[in-house]
Write a protein that binds this ligand. Structure first.
Ligand code: FES
Length: 100
């Protein structure tokens, strides 16, 4: 008989918050993946028109998915693997002189 592999237990559950709202996921998911799995489609607004944005490219190229994670701004949610307890905040950065 062989010893059980640490992988036998399956993916470990984790929880993050987005603007205080909890989201459940599993180890290995990106922040964007967790939010999309919960049917959340947008978590940022554009600088000029305040239009909603979430994932566009999904591969780290477009920067549409930016969030603040544990106080660090401009994190691409499509690339950042979620860690249990991550505090994620939406971002809206109006251009200077533009109304919010
Ligand atoms: S969705 Fe394009 S960089 Fe994240």
């Amino acid at each position: 008989m062989t010893a059980p592999s640490p992988h036998d237990a399956g993916p470990r559950p984790l929880t993050i918050t987005l603007d205080g709202e909890p989201f459940a996921g599993t180890q290995g998911q990106t922040i964007a993946g967790m939010l999309l799995a919960a049917r959340r489609r947008a978590w940022r607004t554009t600088s000029v028109a305040a239009a909603p944005r979430g994932v566009f490219c999904g591969i780290g190229v477009c920067f549409d998915c930016l969030v603040t994670v544990n106080g660090a701004r401009d994190v691409r949610a499509c690339l950042r693997r979620a860690a249990d307890g991550d505090v994620v905040e939406t971002q809206h950065d109006p251009l200077p002189g533009a109304s919010a």
